[in-house]
Design a protein around this ligand. Structure first.
Ligand SMILES: Nc1nc2c(ncn2[C@@H]2O[C@H](COP(=O)(O)OP(=O)(O)OP(=O)(O)O)[C@@H](O)[C@H]2O)c(=O)[nH]1
Ligand SMILES: [Mg+2]
Ligand SMILES: [Zn+2]
Length: 312
């Protein structure tokens, strides 16, 4: 992140009424100026973790409130959960989205991975995948998912952090990547996001959930937090997500956010083909020919239908 002026800080955490802001080496807690809520547009909250903000000063020189959110270089966003269709910005000003997914417990969920990858693609944000708990893999699942996403051009880090079974090389590679970026980790609860960070960054000591919690689907990390790293870079540890819906995209745009489908568009008989059930669809043909993974097409359909439903 760039040098900040004296009264400019970075949002480290957002609570209901207060934000934690890093300013120099200090962490302060300040409210948001009321005017920010008036100008927030379609966003659920006017400020997100990673935002650069300008702070006002009270008469005696103490910091008062967040007065202004500076323009963002990037954001990872999704549609609010349930009935709430507003934009929820998960992280601002990041340079890398690291999708974290386990081979088991919780089971690998392609639609979630593909949803986050599509959101990153939409924002032209680089994305990579950490495939965790490979020490628990019994059926070669890790290799299959690794091959699929590498073929699509995504960097994949297959990892295990279990003592005695650490994947030393991929952890070292991930460490280098993390020190060179502002990385947001996102994925289901219990996949091992916090565990991964604890292993890569000595002394971090984030709370990690028990397997019992994972089985009950309980969150361990409850707030997104931006952590500046001693060796350079920043990471954002986030609470697990259950579903991921793209924000307010016209569903027909979706083809552009699936790298391999984008290439196939001119093979469809209809220019505005949705690749759901039209005749002479190049995508369907490519799935049948084994050129496109069935899981990716299933994710595409699921995301498409979710967007078509919410696009009102
Ligand atoms: N076998 C195995 N278990 C792991 C590995 N990484 C994490 N775990 C276990 O997975 C469980 C959940 O880990 P967390 O790091 O809390 O997961 P999280 O993704 O941060 O979860 P939330 O904070 O709820 O989103 C813990 O019991 C970890 O010990 C791994 O590489 N192998
Ligand atoms: Mg966690
Ligand atoms: Zn088509």
């Amino acid at each position: 992140m760039t040098e900040l002026a004296e009264d400019t800080g970075i949002v480290l955490r957002v609570d209901a009424k207060i934000c934690h802001v890093g300013i120099g080496d200090e962490e302060i807690q300040v409210p948001l100026a009321g005017k920010l809520f008036e100008n927030r547009g379609r966003e659920k909250r006017p400020v997100a973790v990673g935002d650069r903000v300008r702070l006002s000063r009270s008469g005696d020189g103490d910091y008062g409130a967040i007065d202004e959110v500076l323009p963002r270089t990037s954001k990872l966003a999704r549609r609010g959960a349930g009935e709430d269709a507003r934009e929820q910005v998960i992280a601002a000003n990041v340079s890398l989205v690291l999708v974290v997914a386990a081979v088991r417990e919780p089971e690998f969920q392609p639609s979630l991975v593909d949803g986050v990858l599509a959101a990153a693609e939409r924002q032209e944000l680089p994305a990579a995948i950490a495939l965790t708990k490979v020490d628990r893999d019994r059926k070669g699942i890790a290799q299959r998912w690794t091959d699929l996403y590498r073929r699509l051009g995504y960097e994949v880090f297959p990892t295990s952090v279990t003592p005695g079974h650490e994947t030393t090389e991929s952890l070292a590679a991930l460490e280098r990547t993390i020190h060179a970026n502002v990385t947001v980790l996102t994925g289901l609860s219990g996949v091992g996001k916090s565990s991964l960070l604890n292993t890569i960054i000595p002394g971090l000591d984030l709370r990690v959930g028990s397997l019992g919690r994972v089985r009950q689907g309980k969150h361990t990390t409850t707030h997104t937090r931006l952590i500046p790293l001693p060796g350079g870079g920043h990471v954002l540890d986030t609470p697990g997500i259950r579903t991921f819906t793209l924000f307010a995209t016209d569903p027909t745009e979706l083809t552009f956010y699936f790298r391999e489908l984008k290439e196939l568009r001119d093979r469809c008989a209809f220019r505005n083909c949705t690749h759901l059930d039209e005749p002479d669809c190049g995508v369907v043909a490519a799935v049948e020919a084994g050129e496109v993974a069935p899981s990716r097409w299933a994710s595409y359909r699921q995301l498409y239908l979710g967007l078509a439903k919410s696009g009102d």
